[in-house]
Design a protein around this ligand. Structure first.
Ligand SMILES: *Cc1c(COP(=O)(O)O)cnc(C)c1O
Length: 375
């Protein structure tokens, strides 16, 4: 993304981090001067802070969101011969985690109104081999957790939430972080809580799972040179934990700002032939992305780009049509709802430093581009 080229970049990461420059710098200096760079005080402090923020008993920092997902599946002892239910429309990392542990993907189509996995379709996908469901809180909008929990409980399945886009979101008044058996987080720089590099975490109320995950991320060991499991090197870095400790306190304010932008888009963009995102009243989305739908999204994106407004597509190709998953033999048409979405979604600029003036420019230019494409 070349942010110089756009008067309104899709996401202005530089300005987002500049806003916390002093806090970040003093945290990084603290790590430098401590002489301790792996699994030290910053990671412990962040794990405590983030668990509290999520109203979860445990938080385990790991190297990335993808590792948070795949290590948790390992800790749940899910592997070859097991089936895992995933959304047909998600970022590919959700699928990769299942593939990495050798389990079988069972994709389920979303509800078009919320973009999230449709609880009514999950039951039909369950077989005697099903072990877990991975709901994704896509674009920061919480999935229908109550229905999913009721179903998982009744059918004896585990729930691993993919909350990589949902920091600070709420479902029925409770923060995302402990509705399921475990919740996977990413702190990739562009997420609502972003580090200055890769990072991830798992939050959970399950103490046995927490102990296994602490070992798995660190060579399978909790006492140095004593290895209980076939582990990995997947630790949240002290430097990144320090950055996250500096930034966590601003997450609520930043999400409130995102919410006001989403509301402003909503108030000014309805009735124009665009499909706008819908948030059920019992959810408070994190508004990681503001995703509209229009059959001529490519022409709209191009026209906006000419006026200096950056947009993105999340995502242009669904996982089952990626070359990496050609071996599954899932041809075009297999997941028609997901495919339809991937063909008409467009993400508008949104972020904690985007002003109302900038948002108004996006709205005006978008209205003009809609006139252009209807000609
Ligand atoms: C970003 C993301 C991930 C992966 O996180 P990384 O930290 O980049 O590995 C997983 N799932 C979803 C839905 C994401 O958006």
């Amino acid at each position: 993304m070349n942010s110089e080229k756009f008067q309104i970049p899709f996401l202005d990461l530089k300005s987002i981090n500049q806003a916390h420059r002093e806090e970040i710098l003093s945290s990084l200096i603290r790590v430098l001067d401590s002489g301790w760079y792996i699994l030290g005080e910053e990671v412990s402090r962040f794990e405590q802070n983030y668990a509290k923020h999520c109203q979860a008993n445990y938080c385990i920092g790991v190297a990335s969101g993808l590792d948070a997902l795949s290590l948790t599946l390992r800790a749940m002892e899910i592997g070859p011969g097991d089936e895992v239910i995933v959304p047909s429309n998600t970022y590919i990392a959700t699928w990769l985690a299942v593939t990495h542990v050798g389990a079988t993907l069972v994709p389920v189509e979303p509800d078009e109104a919320t973009f999230n996995i449709d609880p009514n379709r999950i039951e039909d996908a369950i077989t005697p081999k099903t072990r877990a469901i991975i709901p994704v809180h896509l674009y920061g909008q919480p999935a229908e957790l109550e229905d999913i929990r009721e179903l998982a409980h009744r059918r004896g399945l585990r729930i691993l939430e993919d909350a990589a886009q949902a920091h600070g979101a709420y479902y029925k008044g409770q923060p995302i972080g402990a509705h399921g058996d475990a919740v996977a987080w990413s702190f990739y720089p562009g997420k609502n809580l972003g580090a200055l590099g890769d990072g991830g975490a798992i939050t959970t109320n399950d103490s046995a799972l927490a102990i296994r995950l602490r070992e798995l991320r660190n060579y399978g060991s909790s006492v140095k040179y004593h290895n209980n499991q076939i582990g990995y090197n997947s630790r949240l870095d002290e430097m990144q934990a320090a950055v996250l400790n500096a930034k966590l306190q601003f997450l609520y304010t930043e999400n409130r700002h995102r919410t006001s932008i989403a509301q402003h888009y909503h108030d000014n963009l309805h009735g124009l032939g665009l499909k706008l995102p819908h948030a059920p009243a019992h959810t408070t989305p994190a508004w990681h992305l503001y995703v509209i739908r229009h059959p001529k999204r490519a022409a709209i994106a191009e026209s906006l780009s000419k006026t200096g407004v950056g947009t993105m597509i999340h995502y242009p190709i669904p996982p089952h049509l990626q070359s990496a998953y050609a071996f599954l033999g899932l041809s075009a048409g297999t997941f028609s709802i997901a495919e339809r979405m991937h063909n008409d979604v467009l993400s508008l600029p949104i972020g904690p430093t985007q002003t109302i003036d900038q948002t108004n420019i996006v709205i005006e230019n978008l209205k003009n581009s809609l006139l252009e494409v209807s000609e």
